[in-house]
Design a protein around this ligand. Structure first.
Ligand code: F6P
Length: 555
């Protein structure tokens, strides 16, 4: 049984945390000065990740109370229920088993709802790997016999963000001569721009959609199919068209009958299961484009990275359990210190899509206002996640993090060894980059007092403008280098952070009903844009006026 639903605000720990917040003023300078062991005590390792929590606005007492909150809200019971395949996604009555996607072969069998999960996962993975090898070796050719040079993944949301983020992050591991591109938006610009310089004879499309019913993906897939037929001058005959699709389209889906309806041979389709949420699916066959790009061996390392953090989350006591502690810190900031957003700032250009990926993971998971028993929540839930790579952000929005009026907890990510060890006239550029990384969290934590500003000879009338209050919380996450395994570790870390927050709040982090209304209305509105007067008239006055304006101005 999954943990019973609860209102976290009625727990003793919640009240104690409120009183604790009221009784103390954050003082990172003072706390560090008084406690030389703080950094060491609050720095924890998980697999290859080295995580310094010491610059957060917490004392040992805060952490103790947060751990009590986790106990009183059954976080670890729910985690156990998730790993065991219980139907903790109650609104869809599904198990939540993305952790099974990265279980290595040979463990005690995991059987869920009569499915031998491990056997199915390993079988599908073997299919993906065999396909990836064929494309990489050139054995898989297009219909004209040429080898594939470009793989275009067509998908959206979890069927896009994970693959594109990971492909960008692991550029250093991509096979020479192979490129992946990604089409997601139904804005026709996306497909047109992505394909405009491609040769259809050397292009392979992966249509990735869990449901195979997503408007954007199916529309783009049809556009891509037409682009292929036109580009290859395939004659308008069923057989010719079918063989072109067979060599240039594969699919990834849980709905293989719909794949067949589209005209893709299910021999060339890779499956997964309803217990994999879209935003948790990059480690399923949804990652096929990545497997092609980096190869099965590297993809297996990627999965092993996830599994290492899963094992840490599953087996490590709360005191040293990094994702659970980070999730609890987020609850502290959201519910007790009023944070509305959370920045993720990778000091790695390769991770430039990581914040966007995390936006779906965290905000589609925890952007909820009812609990899993259907009752309204009584406190805030998911915060807004956002970010950009450093150092670019330093010259853009960091001003607000340093001196604005809002509390913005931030995670800083960095890697000790660069993929490109360039030097500028003898100066190690990565070291300069890292100096920025260290400087930012130091400045945010400790700030600069008016006395320190004055001591620099600053004119009195501008002293206050140059003061930095400090006490701006950060977590530093470092790893030796950005390998496939480390990327898997980072993703799993944030998955379990997200899980922890949802479990404390008593919400179902695994459904996403909030995206449905817009989809329904778009389908209702579409006829109004193509001459259906009744559909136009039925709109509210604002929407109707906007549509009228659009109809008058389009050319
Ligand atoms: O609309 C939201 C959503 O369902 C996401 O959760 C999902 O990742 C995305 O759409 C794509 O769905 P599918 O993989 O079924 O095309």
């Amino acid at each position: 049984m999954a943990a019973a639903s609860h209102d976290p605000t009625t727990t003793a720990a919640w009240s104690a945390l409120g009183a604790h917040r009221d009784a103390q003023t954050p003082d990172l300078r003072g706390w560090f000065a008084a406690d030389p062991g703080r950094a060491e005590r609050l720095t924890l390792d998980v697999a290859d990740l080295h995580v310094d929590l010491s610059k957060n606005l917490v004392t040992d007492e805060t952490l103790d109370l947060l751990r009590q909150l986790a106990e009183q809200t059954g976080v670890q019971d729910r985690l156990r229920a998730m790993f065991a395949g219980e139907h903790i996604n109650v609104t869809e009555d599904r198990a939540v088993l993305h952790t099974a996607l990265r279980r290595p072969a040979g463990l005690d069998p995991l059987t869920v709802d009569s499915q031998d999960v491990d056997a199915d996962v390993q079988a599908e993975l073997a299919k993906v790997y065999a396909f990836a090898e064929k494309v990489r070796s050139g054995e898989w050719t297009g219909v004209t016999g040429q080898r594939i040079e470009t793989v275009v993944n067509i998908g959206i949301g979890g069927s896009d963000l994970g693959p594109v983020m990971a492909y960008e992050a692991l550029q250093a591991y991509v096979q020479d001569g192979l490129t992946c591109r990604f089409v997601s938006n139904i804005d026709p610009t996306d497909l047109a721009e992505t394909t405009k310089d491609l040769d259809p004879a050397t292009t392979l499309f992966i249509v990735a959609s869990k449901t195979f019913g997503t408007l954007e993906t199916l529309t783009n897939a049809r556009l891509a199919r037409q682009w292929l037929w036109d580009g290859l001058a395939v004659e308008d005959a069923d057989e010719a068209r079918r063989s072109a699709v067979a060599k240039h389209f594969v699919a990834v889906s849980t709905a293989l009958e719909k794949v067949a309806d589209f005209g893709i041979d299910t021999e060339n389709a890779f499956g997964f299961w309803d217990w994999v949420g879209g935003r948790y699916s990059v480690d399923s066959a949804i990652g096929t484009s990545l497997a092609v790009a980096i190869g099965p061996e590297r993809f297996a390392e990627f999965l092993a990275g996830f599994h290492a953090v899963d094992e840490h989350a599953r087996t490590t006591p709360l005191e040293r359990n990094v994702p659970l502690l980070m999730g609890l810190l987020n609850v502290w900031y959201v519910n007790f210190l009023g944070a509305q957003t959370h920045a993720v700032l990778p000091y790695s250009q390769y991770l430039h899509r990581f914040p966007a990926y995390l936006q779906q993971l965290t905000m589609e998971s925890n952007g909820k206002s009812v609990r899993w028993d259907g009752e309204a929540v009584t406190t805030d839930t998911g915060e807004v996640f956002w970010g950009e790579p450093g150092t670019n952000g330093q010259h853009a929005f960091y001003q607000l993090i340093h001196q604005g009026t809002r509390l913005i907890p931030a995670d800083f990510l960095a890697f000790a060894t660069p993929q490109h060890p360039l030097s500028d006239g003898g100066t190690d550029v990565h070291a300069l980059f890292m100096a920025n990384f260290f400087a930012q969290t130091k400045a945010l934590a400790f700030g600069k007092t008016a006395e320190e500003v004055r001591a620099e000879g600053t004119a009195e009338d501008v002293v206050q403008a140059r003061v930095f209050s400090g006490n701006r919380p950060t977590t530093s996450i470092m790893a030796p280098s950005l390998t496939p395994s480390v990327l898997g570790q980072l993703i799993a870390l944030y998955e379990h952070i997200t899980f922890t927050q949802g479990a404390v709040w008593g919400i179902d982090s695994f459904d996403q009903w909030g995206v449905e209304l817009g989809k329904q209305l778009a389908l209702q509105i579409a006829p109004a844009l193509t001459g259906d007067a009744a559909a136009l008239e039925s709109q509210d006055s604002s929407t109707k006026a906007l549509i009228d304006w659009y109809l008058q101005h389009r050319s």
